[in-house]
Design a protein around this ligand. Structure first.
Ligand code: GLA
Length: 723
């Protein structure tokens, strides 16, 4: 049993293989958090102390004792207005304008299997258990069902909440989190992943001190700027040692993560919906689902934590046919042709793809409506046959005749002002009456909270996909939301309902086209999150294809997201985003830390480079399954080490692929050494290129020297086989 209930002590204990999470209903009916960390069997009530603390108020029942205060105690789901002055997971505004929701325990249920969330992405698993804790405000009758999912083997605990208006009067949810972690003592660093367009998910470590530390997104998307995934780590925690906790929000809209060290040294961390521009009314009997947060704990550093999240996301978030399949090697038309292509260009790419050993050609932006640049045409999902010189069916057939699969780009959530769709339905775009809207990439956002808008776009997209054998779709989204107003609902509900609308569309799409490989994208990695991965098993990691920048972007991405989800392509040099020149080999090695492909014009490169690409694809295909399903290890910190190194280890530990890119070069360089990880202790491994045999323990304890070669960004890929 992963979930235990001690009736007498009113204790709830969640066990995973290596962790324990414990909470208690106390004498006043409050839900108190007791412990989350290394697996233990103890009743942890003894950790809680009670003292008379000035200016920390007491509930009515305790007014004379004065030693019990919600302002001091670790809680599971703190709510505003109860005398806890720290951050709240929940804020409810009552009909009289008061902000108070005093949740008391009502009952529990333990169920087999993992709960699902209506309309929202969530972890799914057959081998799992669910704990439901029912809480209620005894005055307003607001009910909150706290959900805990336990995946024992995977060391995963999930949390969510369903808020129900059990009273007669309308209430407004002003803030809703899904997980609060109160750590009684200790100093923690928060590791978050910040960035910008074309430079996403950069590692950042910040000590949580007194005061509120907060990251999030108000963009209506999870955003390039902050990823909805954080680590709380002990200050000495490294890749391989020390305690750390991960929190991943399974949602693709705005979010907020807050952490604070309180007056008595307790650290509170809350993950949930972005409260700005959120104000969600519930009438009698209505319910609201808060998106899920995935939690995991590791006492063996970040490496173990990443492994736990990789398994969870790969096996219990990603779905569909391609979840465990090696993905096709594709060539995408974007950086090779941008808007300047026709049907012949795509067929030529298909011929090149065939000759070079690729599997699929993707026709990116520019094939529909009036779309020869990014100022017009979005929303008009009619094939521009004039530009292509043929129908889409004919084009797909020609591509297929080359033995190559066909993929296509779409951006369903958007509309250009210069489009027939906008001219016909101005009110379908998010705009505030009487105000000029904010533009992004000269486009507006369609109101996907409205069913008729979604249905129309869905039909139009289906018409395109039904033209021929489309094997892949790249779903793009190229601006942040603004002008939060809908003709059909209150402004405070729009952002959440928009996201539910997008999920509804995606769900319909994958149901209707179960064989389709979907790749998410939002100007690269602007919506790279566990929510999107529930629908699309891979996401274009960044619009930055520069191998050297990608090392840092992919390093940050790797803390939570498995390699199988990371879209990564080899592009031309000088790189279009940085102007940097790196070797084809280095670009290949970096792109192989992802779902591999190309984004260049093969006609514009030399014969030698074409030959090299052929070899590269053979190499990738040889390692594809190891890369996609093996264990991934970070072996360096590219922000401080003069090299970047990472490796893949097959599940049976027989097959190893070590990747190194030297990122700094100086005269008369010191030699760097890279230590391997995850090998079978006591075993021997052979470097397949040199035939040299190494002791696994030596490779892990002392490592191997990185060759000193003249030239910038030299790279090495070394395969080892277990002897
Ligand atoms: C976004 C994507 C790119 C490309 C363009 C097309 O920026 O991230 O890969 O598809 O849109 O407009």
């Amino acid at each position: 049993m992963a979930i235990l209930h001690n009736e007498e002590r009113q204790l709830f204990t969640l066990h995973t293989k290596h962790s324990t999470y414990q909470m208690k209903i106390d004498a006043y009916g409050y839900l108190i958090h007791l412990y989350y960390g290394e697996r233990i069997q103890e009743n942890m009530e003894y950790l809680i102390t009670y003292y008379d603390r000035g200016f920390s108020g007491n509930p009515y029942e305790e007014r004379e004792g004065r030693k019990y205060s919600l302002d001091v105690l670790p809680q599971e789901y703190p709510s505003l207005g109860t005398g806890d002055y720290r951050g709240s997971a929940l804020i409810i505004r009552n009909i009289d304008g008061t902000e108070c929701c005093n949740l008391h325990y009502k009952g529990y249920q333990i169920k087999k299997g993992k709960y699902a969330l209506k309309g929202l992405p969530a972890v799914y698993a057959e081998k799992a258990e669910t704990l439901e804790l029912d809480m209620e405000d005894r005055v307003s009758h607001v009910q909150v069902r706290l959900l805990y999912g336990v995946l024992e083997e995977e060391d995963i605990i999930t949390r969510s909440a369903i808020i129900v208006n059990g009273g007669k009067s309308e209430i407004i949810i002003e803030k809703a989190g899904s997980a609060c972690l109160d750590m009684l003592y200790g100093t923690y660093d928060c590791i978050s992943f910040y960035g910008r367009h074309a430079m996403e998910r950069l590692f950042q470590k910040t000590e949580i001190t007194h005061g509120n530390y907060s990251i999030g997104s108000r963009r209506g998307t999870s955003s390039h700027q902050y990823n909805p995934a954080v680590i709380l780590a002990g200050q000495n925690t490294t890749e391989d040692y020390g305690d750390c906790y991960g929190m991943v929000f399974v949602y693709s809209g705005g979010f907020q993560f807050e952490a604070e060290k309180d007056q008595f040294g307790l650290t509170r961390a809350i993950m949930g919906l972005q409260p700005d521009q959120f104000s969600y009314p519930l009438k009698e009997g209505e319910e609201f689902y808060v998106p899920e947060t995935i939690l995991s704990f590791s006492k063996k550093g970040f490496s173990r934590l990443s492994k736990q999240f990789h398994t969870c996301i790969r096996d219990h978030i990603c779905r569909g046919k391609f979840k465990d399949q090696v993905r096709p090697v594709l060539i995408n038309s974007w950086e090779g042709a941008y808007f300047d292509f026709n049907g012949d260009t795509i067929v030529r790419l298909a011929k090149d793809a065939k000759e070079l050993g690729m599997d699929m050609v993707v026709m990116d932006d520019g094939w529909f409506g009036k779309r020869d640049n990014d100022n017009s045409g979005l929303g008009d999902w009619q094939v521009n046959e004039k530009k292509l010189g043929c129908s889409l069916k004919e084009l797909i057939d020609k591509v297929n005749q080359e033995g190559i699969k066909f993929g296509i780009w779409i951006e369903p959530e958007m509309v250009s002002e210069d489009s027939d769709l906008y001219r016909a339905h101005k009110d379908w775009a998010l705009q505030i009456p009487g105000r000029k809207p904010v533009y992004g990439r000269n486009q507006l956002v369609l109101d996907f909270s409205r069913e008729e808008v979604r249905n129309y776009v869905f039909q139009e997209i289906c018409k395109v996909l039904d033209c021929g054998k489309v094997d892949y779709v790249k779903w793009d989204m190229n601006r942040s939301l603004s002008d939060i107003y809908s003709t059909e609902r209150l402004p405070g509900t729009v952002l959440y309902d928009y996201m539910l609308g997008v999920y509804d569309f995606l769900e319909k799409l994958i149901k209707r086209y179960p064989d389709l490989l979907l790749e998410g994208c939002s100007g690269g990695g602007g919506r790279f999150d566990a929510g999107m991965l529930y629908y699309a098993p891979q996401i274009w990691c960044s619009d930055n294809t520069d191998a050297v920048d990608r090392i840092k972007i992919q390093y940050g991405t790797s803390f939570f997201y498995p390699i199988s989800t990371v879209g990564s392509h080899v592009s031309a040099v000088p790189n279009h985003q940085t102007g940097r020149v790196t070797s084809l080999q280095t670009r290949g090695i970096v792109a192989m830390a992802g779902t591999f492909g190309y984004e260049l014009d093969p006609d514009k490169i030399s014969k030698e480079e074409r030959e090299e690409i052929k070899g590269q694809i053979i190499t990738y295909k040889k390692y594809a399954s190891l890369i996609q399903t093996g264990e991934y290890y970070r072996l360096s910190n590219p922000f401080s080490d003069p090299y970047a190194a990472w490796m893949f280890v097959s599940k049976d530990k027989k097959h190893i692929l070590l990747n190194i890119v030297v990122t700094e070069i100086h005269g008369n360089m010191e030699v760097s050494f890279v230590k391997l990880k995850g090998l079978q202790t006591g075993a021997f491994y052979c470097d397949t290129a040199t035939g040299k045999v190494y002791q696994a323990d030596a490779l892990m304890a002392a490592g191997i020297p990185i060759p000193f070669e003249l030239g910038e960004f030299c790279s090495y890929q070394i395969e080892f086989l277990l002897q």
